[in-house]
Design a protein. Sequence first.
Length: 466
Amino acid sequence: MIRHSINHLGVVAASKVMPLASLLIYSRFLSPAEYGVVSLFVSYIWILGIAVSLNLHTAIGRFIYDKAAPAGELLGTTLLPIGVVFTLGILVAAWDLDRTADLLSLPRYAVPLLFAAAAGQIAESVLIQVLTARERSGSLFAAIAIRSGMSLVATLMLFQSLSSDRYLAVLWAEAATNALFVAYLLLALSADRPWSFSWSRLRAFADYSLPLIPYMLSLTLISQFDRVMLDRALGKETTGIYSISYNLGILLVMVASALINALNPRFFSAMDTQRHDDVRRDARAVFAVCAFCAFGLALFGPVVARLVIPHQYEQGFALIPLIAIGGLASVVFQIWARVIFYSKKTYQLSLIAVSASILKIGLNALVIPSLGIWGAALTTLLAYGFMAAATIVVINVDFRSFRVSVAHEAAWFSCLSIVLAMEHFLDIQGSIILALKAAVLLVVAIVAARSVRAFIASNASQASRP
């Protein structure tokens, strides 16, 4: 389990090489305005990927756990419809390329690159779901790492050859390596051939995936649409400054995704056999690890950012603690949303996510003109907090055999809020405040370790059973 968790953390990190490299490397080559163009491009990758796939690729992650489902039929019924819809999307965009580019506020030549990058993201999603279910985390990590490494090297080489519009280096490299990844996916899954198509399987996929389209789009809007609204209201330079701090503050979600992916086979097995105590114990361990990360980001994120990120982005570093709290609320949502995924009542997740996105966009429209990037960070926290609370309420009302208590999580949020409030009001500077922060983080690590030890003991106990 530890090995799979480490591999999945590597997968998440490797799949996020572009935003991570943007934080530590690309920001040294790009102006805030150029970084804003890259951020917009990344935001539209996820939105386009959902639109031109009808979200059908997400069904594999659920139906592959049905033991009677033939792999070739699952893959064929997924890839063929996605290919048809994707082709139609390309034709629609190409019909009036100038209008499409103007609508997206991107250069005209970025639109074809956007489609290539979106295709790679869909391929990555399919590969992650299939290899996660087959517990081949090592192979998955290797594939994603090679793809991301190629993108990083290509980007750095292109930086050296461009004297202006250096953001194009990122766009070209991402498009090229994602297109290659699509070819790799088809090769990697060739052992499951012959692929077949089933109308009944497609109907089951549609029943599961189509209600999730509002969910997936809403999640993308919540995490990415800040950039679009900031770009329209305050310009690309402000968008770039906000994006740097957001990408750093939300890093703990990467840790959560890795742990949750590693635990998914165990989660589905526990739900099938109604071992609900194991589900709760695992959830507490995941949250404890992420709470430690949230404390670390909130206490030391701005300090670290000043050391590793160019000073022209410093205006946004103070946002990192607020975004980290929002990220921790997102972790609560991710942990317990799996119960609704298990029940296949995906419309419930869509209702929650759509409500949160409407709340966030509406609040953004009100507060961004006056509060700027602070308004965007605040609405991020409110949106993720709403989603976490709504998910827990739905589970406790609709799933009578499975109850969720959030007293443990509420205690963590309260402690983090109190610590940040004290730091703000205490007039302590220099090495003393750093020492106090380190002491707080040590205490958090000791407390979080208790939940992790309980999780390890549970796994060891089950492994020792005949």
